[in-house]
Design a protein around this ligand. Sequence first.
Ligand code: NAP
Length: 257
Amino acid sequence: MIDKVALITGASRGIGRGIALALAGERFRCVINYASNAVAAEEVREQIEQAGGGAIVVRADISVAADRRHLVDTAMDSFGRIDLLVNNAGITSPGRADLLEAAEESFDRVMATNLKGPFFLSQLIARQMIAGIEKGFQQAPKIVNITSISAYAASVNRGDYCIAKAGLSMMTQLFAARLAEYGINVYEIRPGVIETDMTSPVKAKYDKLIAEGLTPIKRWGRAEDVAKAVVAIARDLLPFSTGEVINVDGGYHLRRL
Ligand code: NAP
């Protein structure tokens, strides 16, 4: 069996790291992308290699066009194929300012990283996937976008983040509609409150909210919870679903009376 290749953005830490480790366990060779934390990215590569898997590390800021091209070129030069793209890298709203005070600089940064980057990276990689399908060496490659409950839950102190995630949600539908004819399914995974570096500054706040019943399943989510949903997609267990949203949120999205 030919090992497939997964490219995971922001795989040095948190959710992306969990996804990379889980996919390596499914015999995917992994392209571990990061922005600045080379040490953490190398640790993920070492962990995969020690378990008998294969991985490369590529530094690329996904908000920068030249970096995105470098990321895809390096993956293709190393492995010759990309079977699964996981658009995971993202930043929270810098400063978390109230809507009436929010700065344009923060808005631009969040949009560039959380929405523009995934859009144009998906475009680049979709072209590679289509070429692989047409040449006959690739079947049913997939794209997964990691959005957030912020795609629909309004947080007025990080409007830019919410808007970017809502946009990423529509992006999933757009690419799903466009790529279905090639057999490329596109999925949205919508995590709830997940314990990572991103949420560590607001840990006490969420500890309290979870204890008070924010989510029917009363615990923090873990990177592995999100990774398991990616694994189900990677194993092709949802072949007749595309543009689908998978909530990994402890039931946060349920309306309750
Ligand atoms: P995290 O712990 O802060 O990790 C972020 C990862 O993204 C790191 O690997 C980081 O690389 C990378 N990254 C950041 N900016 C990048 C850029 N411009 N180019 C390439 N890589 C970049 O975050 P997380 O909690 O795992 O979140 C991962 C994704 O899940 C994000 O899209 C986030 O919005 C989403 N999400 C998180 C939660 C949550 O509760 N944690 C909930 C819903 C959705 P470096 O190590 O080099 O900095």
